[in-house]
Design a protein around this ligand. Structure first.
Ligand code: ZN
Length: 340
């Protein structure tokens, strides 16, 4: 299944929680995290307007990432029975206008002018990829419209000079656009066929994960060690009589380690070794560490010094696809049913 919350966002959140604020990379990690978070919030925001459209049998897929030669991601793909739509979601705020000289979209915020990639070129490129993906998988082509949607209510669009200004929208216009398209394109495929296409696409979604520590040149030694207390958030809880106990507020927990183990899985390309977990959880016994990992449902791979444990939710698809080992490059995809 496609995770509700992107793995990449989960990775940045996990790193942010474990990285001390004084670390030189901290500001950059916070920026990456916020960008991911804003992207997700923007995609979620459009869901409301898609639901408002009075069109029967419309199927909407959020954040679909497919691989065909190379990977491409569609923020929203709308599958109608007679037409399809790709929406590229933009969360920018400020005044947005088209600079005819530079052929670039520009925004002005607090008097600062800044250019960004033409979202219509982006969405047209995605369409080219989707079209060849459909051809490769024998999926019927339907007329497919492409729009860029500015979802932030604080964005002011001034695009009269833009040659294709009709394809750049605010989210409020989305329901009417879909209703007009439905009127123009009566059904040509069945509801069942459309559902099959949706199912096929969702099954072939390829989640993206990165070797996040390597990418940002952060070492495990740089990270906070020990379990934070779920009540007072101070580090570290102590392992006493098969339980975790907070020395500050006396909170007790039997499963406080599970969150930290999952973060280690996210940051280690899903390769949690006994030594790594023992060090991160500040456990004195390596055998007790092993038991905690196994009881938390992790699956063991390899033997002796090469042994490591993987969280099954993150593993599920990497195994089917190309074998777990390939994920180490950091650019292969994973897929997870983990919900945050
Ligand atoms: Zn506490």
């Amino acid at each position: 299944m496609k995770p509700d919350s992107p793995i990449l966002l989960q990775q940045y959140r996990a790193l942010l929680e474990l990285l001390p604020e004084q670390h030189p990379e901290y500001p950059s990690i916070i920026n990456h995290f916020r960008r991911q978070e804003a992207g997700q919030a923007g995609e979620d925001n459009l869901a409301y307007y898609l639901n408002q459209a009075q069109v029967p049998s419309l199927t909407c897929i959020k954040r679909l990432r497919l691989e065909h030669h190379s990977a491409f991601q569609l923020d929203w793909l709308v599958l109608g029975l007679g037409f399809r739509v790709i929406f590229e979601v933009k969360s920018h705020t400020g005044e947005i206008y088209f600079d005819a000289k530079s052929h670039q979209l520009t925004r002005i915020i607090d008097g600062i002018k800044e250019g960004f990639d033409d979202p219509l070129l982006q969405v047209d490129r995605q369409y080219a990829n989707l079209r060849s993906y459909f051809t490769a998988h024998n999926i019927d082509q339907l007329p497919t419209y492409r729009f860029a949607v500015f979802v932030n209510p604080n964005a002011i669009l001034r695009l009269h000079d833009y040659p294709e200004y009709q394809r750049v929208l605010t989210s409020q216009r989305v329901p009417a656009i879909l209703e007009n398209l439905a009127e123009k394109h009566p059904p040509v495929i069945s509801k069942e066929a459309n559902q099959q296409i949706e199912q096929f696409l969702v099954e072939n979604h390829r989640e993206r994960a990165i070797s996040i520590l390597e990418k940002h040149a952060i070492l495990w030694d740089d990270l906070h060690k020990g379990l934070p207390c779920p009540t007072c958030n101070k580090r570290s809880m102590r392992r006493e009589r098969m339980r975790w106990q907070c020395p500050f507020c006396r909170t007790r927990s039997t499963d406080a380690h599970e969150k930290l183990l999952y973060k280690i899985a996210l940051l280690s390309n899903n390769r949690v070794t006994k030594q790594l977990a023992q060090n991160m959880m500040q456990m004195s016994s390596s055998e007790a560490t092993r038991k905690l990992i196994v009881r938390a449902g992790y699956i063991k791979y390899g033997v002796k010094k090469g042994a490591y444990y993987s969280h099954p939710d993150i593993l599920a698809v990497t195994k089917n696809r190309s074998g777990h080992k390939t994920w180490k490059s950091g650019h292969k995809s994973i897929k997870s049913g983990h919900k945050t």
